[in-house]
Design a protein around this ligand. Sequence first.
Ligand SMILES: [Zn+2]
Ligand SMILES: [Zn+2]
Length: 381
Amino acid sequence: MSKAPINWTNMLLFSLTPLFAVTLVPLYGFYSGYDFFEWGMFVLFMAFCGFSITAGYHRLWSHKAYRAHPLLRFVFALGGACALQNDVLTWASDHRRHHLHVDDNERDPYSAGRGFWFSHIGWILRRYESGLTDLNNVKDLQKDPILRWQRKHYLILVLIMNISVPVLIGWLHGDIVASLLLTGLLRLVLSQHVTYLINSLAHMWGRQPYNTTNSARDNGILALVTYGEGYHNYHHAFQWDYRNGIRWWHWDPTKWLIRGLSFIGLTHDLRRCNPARIEAARLEQQFRQATEKCDLLQLPEKWRQHLEHEYQEICRTLKLWNRHRQSWYQARSRNLQESLSQLDLLHIRDAYREVQYKLKVQRQRWEFILQNLANPAMAGT
Ligand SMILES: [Zn+2]
Ligand SMILES: [Zn+2]
């Protein structure tokens, strides 16, 4: 089978920019040096490009996980052009196909099934059939005048953001070459490869707590360098959630940015998945893996029954917890309008707390069973 034709524009761009970055940046640094302001600008532009892709291109436009003020959409559109990751419509179209056909080598534009190199950058360097642009799946986005404007003037925006702006900053600060090399070149190369890691490494390295039907992984280390996009297994399971790292301690600065901007009205309608659904997916996954372990270790049938019984029990409690949780939230909002009796409120709140405690206890028992699955002493037999 013949290889797909090379996309020479991309091939040259994605070969020469890293080549120049690894040679010219240290060379100029050695002879002339970079000051604090120049490194500061580099970091600022890294963040600007990174968040424009993760919060803008990805969570806002591809997944509609929240809504944003036109001003913010405009800023993200500029940041995306600065990151040189194509216009929003093309990016979102590719990404929606990635989710719809994940790991399908013929239809996922950056299928991890074709290996690290292909999913990282190879898919951009050649004109693969799987990468052909078809904007039919982004008709909703085409209604946004900001996105139509960005697509129409994409090339000029790329040049302004990558050359004119660094030249201007350098001119104001007194060293145009240093600014072009750090804020322009090095920032461009690094910000691109950081994003590419989400398509490559985040589909190969990490855990799969929510879903094993696709290759996406959760990886806290990867989240550190990808502005929180490392929780990719969760993301593929619940793609409309504005968060990727759902626990408060999960490193997901994109989630914090989106939430933070909601306080000043720049973002709104943030979508979160129901916690009971998330937990149900996690439990189902754990149950499936534990059953497989039972088979593998040829554990007695009694064990399997025990495991299944606990699983069904905890699922039942989870459903009950969800119902009580909804009642409690409804009661709280109704209380604001109608002022429910204090006693009614207390009843609803305590019922919710009781089932919450029950769930906590069952979850501890469930974790214990999973950890001691191969331990015969646990059964008391
Ligand atoms: Zn993915
Ligand atoms: Zn996505």
